[in-house]
Design a protein around this ligand. Structure first.
Ligand code: ZN
Length: 74
């Protein structure tokens, strides 16, 4: 019975692991300046790879798309 629980846990970890692996690859070069506002993108953020926007613009776009998504149903 203990083995069944262990197997279930293993499956979950496998799923989480493959989900992480299947995420988009951030191996493209990052921009030094934000494409939207032109502010410098911090080195720490650029290290993620494929970063084109500063944090402020990224948050703005993400909150915009969430907002739009939420209002689509109305
Ligand atoms: Zn920006």
């Amino acid at each position: 019975m203990v083995d069944l629980v262990d197997i279930a846990n293993d499956k979950n970890e496998e799923l989480i692991h493959s989900t992480l692996i299947n995420r988009p690859h951030f191996d493209l070069p990052s921009a030094h300046e934000c494409e939207s506002c032109g502010n410098e993108i911090p080195e720490q953020r650029r290290a993620l790879g494929n970063v084109k926007l500063c944090i402020d613009c990224q948050i703005a776009i993400e909150s915009d798309s969430k907002h739009n998504f939420r209002t689509v149903g109305y």
